[in-house]
Design a protein around this ligand. Structure first.
Ligand code: MLT
Length: 326
């Protein structure tokens, strides 16, 4: 090995630290991609696009939403896990990040090792809906009708790993029935099918359903949280209407490929915290029934701890139900 005098080594180290300092100061210097694992126009997409607009202002570069659909979000997660960890690819995902391991035994990424964590974003309640001319007009009638006609009922969802699928499965378990499930690439297209009366029932997030509930485009039976929600104060929970303990709440986090520089994550996280306080984001989320997470949850550490706890919670439940897709 060639001898290098100490001052040469010192100069090299100085050059290296100046280079990485310059990179941090310049970051981001071009457009950032925010990958969404479900179809455009759906609930995850709405959160991503509203947030992306605010992040663009903060970061001074466009944040471009890219929808990569399929297999309940695992197509997008696999893509992001293998993307260049250069600070220009981020990923928004929900509970599916924690249920994927149990649902897809042949998964090509590890939710705990393949990503850097950026922070949590919003919590979103779900709602149980049916097409406008579906016979039951309230939850009591829905329960009765579902038990008597299960084999005739179509339930739309966004595939295994989607929260619409989780909610629909828990609903069928609670009622002791089996509907015919129709998977879509996201609940955006599933909602179009419901509005077009091509499917009967859909369990979906308020970020997509509130405008349709308010416009009277659908039958609405209740919310999936244990407490009523302030945006729909008159809407009863499923728990209070006979499905004791029924609860599905959706949480969203932001990730980057493992190996993304810590200083880039710090810049993105700072922009995220500001975006989550912006009037445009807060008012749109309030209109859609979503709750912005508290500041202590807007951190990489909090999201990582949460994903781990959700994997520990859901893996045994889903395995016990035999709910894997391979
Ligand atoms: C979507 O954005 O389409 C939904 O979040 C899919 C789902 O998980 O139900």
């Amino acid at each position: 090995m060639a001898f290098r005098p100490p001052f040469t080594i010192a100069l090299s180290l100085l050059a290296l630290s100046l280079a990485s300092g310059a990179q941090a100061a310049d970051y981001p210097s071009r457009a950032i991609t925010l990958v969404v694992p479900f179809a455009a126009g759906g609930p995850t997409d709405v959160v991503a696009r509203t947030l992306g607009a605010e992040l663009s202002k903060e970061l001074g570069q466009p944040v471009v939403v890219e929808n990569r659909t399929g297999a309940g979000g695992t197509v997008a997660a696999t893509y992001v896990a293998n993307a260049q960890p250069d600070g220009y690819t981020y990923f928004i995902h929900h509970n599916g990040m924690a249920t994927a391991t149990a649902l897809y035994p042949a998964l090509k990424f590890d939710p705990l090792k393949s990503f850097e964590y950026v922070g949590e974003v919003v919590d979103v309640p779900m709602t149980l809906l049916a097409r406008k001319n579906f016979p039951p007009s309230n939850m009591a009638e829905f329960i009765q009708y579902a038990k008597a006609n299960a084999d005739k009922i179509n339930l739309a969802n966004a595939g295994p790993g989607a929260v619409s699928q989780l909610c629909g499965s828990l609903l069928q378990q609670a009622l002791g029935v089996k509907f015919t499930t129709i998977p879509y690439q996201g609940t955006g297209p599933a909602m179009s099918a419901l509005l077009g009366e091509q499917v009967d029932v859909l369990c979906d997030q308020t970020t997509q359903t509130i405008p349709h509930i308010q416009a009277g485009n659908v039958k609405f039976y209740g919310v999936t949280t244990l407490q009523r929600i302030s945006k729909l104060p008159d809407a009863p929970t499923l728990d209070e209407q006979g499905l004791k303990g029924f609860e599905v709440k959706v949480w969203h986090g932001i990730y980057a490929p493992a190996g993304t520089p810590a200083q880039d994550i710090a810049v993105f996280n700072k922009a995220l915290k500001t975006a989550l306080k912006s009037p445009a984001f807060t008012s749109k989320m309030a209109d859609l029934g979503a709750e912005i997470v508290s500041e202590d949850r807007q951190t990489p550490e909090s999201l990582q701890k949460w994903v781990k706890s959700e994997i520990d919670k859901w893996t045994p439940v889903l395995k016990a139900e035999g709910m894997n897709v391979n």
